[in-house]
Design a protein around this ligand. Structure first.
Ligand code: MG
Length: 375
């Protein structure tokens, strides 16, 4: 055996031993099993080394679709390796996914490097208004499907918008949730920024927000909209601590919306969303009843009225909260905490114990530690 072959033989031996260990079922942590290295070179390339191992397909609802075809990046590792902000690292993932899908046989590392240079230069695929996101007192992120619109239960008889997707044989009908436009305008007037974040596929979101207009301007280009994010911006997060020696944390297994993209401190941002299963920051989450077009169009007066109150109710909470935040010099997320998914539970418990609703809300704002950090 020549000297140059010795390290390679040692490597193969290590790999063989690791695989043998993995073949034995047991409670042992076995990280090499999740992603055996194809070659030493590939494993050192960022595109591979900075990706999270894919979950088994039985655990992925959307396995086999474009939302699950490429492993998501380890965002903390990307930030550390390349000195990026979180919004840049997530945008790198978005650019990288676009390139992988457009040219799956091209060298992944090359595509990663292209995506990296775009992200580093603050080149966002959407018209991201970084200045507004940084400077406004508060940011409201709206989910789309079942929150601001319904594109699955709308019909020729019940819709506000028709989209003709390229290559599709029939039009896509969309019904907009009552009060969507007043909500965006009021938030703008109150000094807030609005962003849209859908878990739906990138093309679907791009097509819909190009056809959907506010005062004649497509939503995706509208100056009142500070960003439009979609499936390629969803993140997963390992339970492993981002810094050596840290505590293990709850993993984010379902690709999810990370509000730190908009505000790393989570002090000024909330999301309004019907679906908490793709979220993990529940002190900053307002869960709403689903807007379903068929129910809305066919419902009786009571059901219709209930749908019509959902967004105006959120707007009233936002207004009351920003007034409180400014008067009391607290951050917006603390002022809004009583209305958040976790905060509502504490308010409810205080009311059940005899407090008046207004007093319960005031108490949560003064003692935000009464609200748990997580479920
Ligand atoms: Mg939704």
């Amino acid at each position: 055996m020549s000297h140059s072959l010795a390290p390679r033989a040692l490597g193969l031996l290590t790999l063989t031993l690791a695989l043998a260990a993995c073949a034995t079922p047991g409670p042992v942590d076995c990280p090499p099993c999740a992603r055996p290295p194809v070659s030493a070179e590939a494993d050192h390339a960022d595109a591979t080394a900075l990706s999270l191992p894919r979950l088994p397909s039985w655990g992925m609802k959307y396995a086999g679709t474009p939302s699950a075809d490429i492993p998501r990046l380890n965002i903390d590792a990307v930030m550390a390796a390349h000195g990026l902000r979180r919004d840049q690292a997530v945008e790198l993932q978005n650019h990288f996914f676009d390139r992988r899908r457009a040219a799956p046989t091209t060298d992944a590392q090359l595509q990663f490097e292209e995506a990296l240079s775009l992200a580093r230069a603050d080149k966002f695929e959407d018209r991201r208004d970084l200045q507004r996101l940084r400077e406004r007192d508060f940011i409201v992120v709206f989910d789309l499907d079942d929150t601001l619109y319904d594109q699955y239960r709308a019909s020729a008889e019940c819709h506000d918008l028709v989209v003709n997707p390229p290559g599709a044989d029939k039009p896509r009908y969309i019904k907009l949730a009552p009060g969507w436009d007043a909500a965006i305008k009021k938030i703008h007037e109150l000094g807030g920024a609005v962003a849209l974040f859908s878990a739906n596929l990138d093309d679907n979101v791009l097509e819909n927000t190009a056809a959907w207009t506010l005062d004649g301007a497509p939503l995706r280009d509208h100056p009142m909209i500070a960003g439009v994010l979609s499936n390629s911006h969803l993140i997963q997060e390992s339970a492993a601590p981002p810094v050596a020696g840290g505590k293990r944390r709850a993993p984010v297994t379902e690709p999810s919306k990370d509000l730190r993209i908009f505000d790393p401190a989570l002090a000024r941002v909330i999301i309004v969303d019907d679906n908490p299963t793709r979220l993990f920051q529940f002190r900053n989450t307002r869960v709403t009843k689903k807007f379903h077009a068929d129910r809305y169009c066919a419902g009786d007066a009571g059901e219709k009225a209930a749908h019509e109150r959902v967004l105006p109710t959120v707007v009233r909470e936002l207004e009351e909260s920003i007034v409180y935040a400014r008067a009391n010099k607290v951050d917006f997320a603390t002022a809004y905490l009583p209305y958040s998914a976790l905060g509502q539970l504490t308010v409810r418990a205080l009311v059940d114990a005899g407090a008046a609703p207004a007093d319960a809300i005031a108490r949560v704002r003064q003692q935000p530690e009464l609200v748990e950090d997580d479920f």
